[in-house]
Design a protein around this ligand. Sequence first.
Ligand code: ZN
Ligand code: ZN
Length: 258
Amino acid sequence: MEIKVLGAHMLESRDTRHSCFLIDSVMAVDAGSLASALTSAEQAQVEVVLLTHGHFDHIRDLPTLGVATLDRPGSIDVYGLPETLDLVHKNILNGALYPDLTGELNGQPPKYKFNGVAANEPFRVPGYQVKPIPMDHPIPCVGFIVKSDSGACAAFSGDTQGKILGFFEDSLSPEVLFVDVTFPNRMYPRAQLTGHQTPWMLREQIVIALAASMEPPRMIAVHLAPDHREQVALELADLAAELGIDLAAAEEGMIVAL
Ligand SMILES: [Zn+2]
Ligand SMILES: [Zn+2]
């Protein structure tokens, strides 16, 4: 399994992109930079998109990806909570702001096939088992554990202000967890208000896991606030040294091979 970090930040700028990961060139987790980070040829390879939730920074490139791949035969399977799929359909792909790519267009079959998922109910896509894990965020949100048929397994928290023990306990045993650490410790009130983690909040969860003899996987912090990236990275390095865990901040273009 090869995971490419397309977007590692909560905001887009010349140097940062919205949350988005690409697995083996064919499956995306979130779509925040699924068009802006890929060439046209790479966009045409995407067959599956897993959506953690409906916030704009996670779904933004669905419209352009859909239109860009209209001439490619076949649909793209999109999986998410029913609330997430509703948000996307009603507010973005609604036939007003952008074409409704979930229905027939110019006599062509739908470009996007929406598939509702439920927390803790695993499902299969070709080549992979996927399990949604419920997260703690102001709107309904799930993280995903993705296990390839070759045995490699990775997890993605989506946006969360905690509740990540589900990834450590799961029998699928992910080898790596891409986890929301948006703000530095001094911005704890903002993190609480917006449903994200600081390194200290992540520490609380890891300490619980270690006390329960769980072995946390390698962790890669994502959804970083660009203006606070350096401070978050420093605090993560301190945490990794203190607890003896593998933890660092992601960056765009990073590739993790499992
Ligand atoms: Zn969010
Ligand atoms: Zn977000």
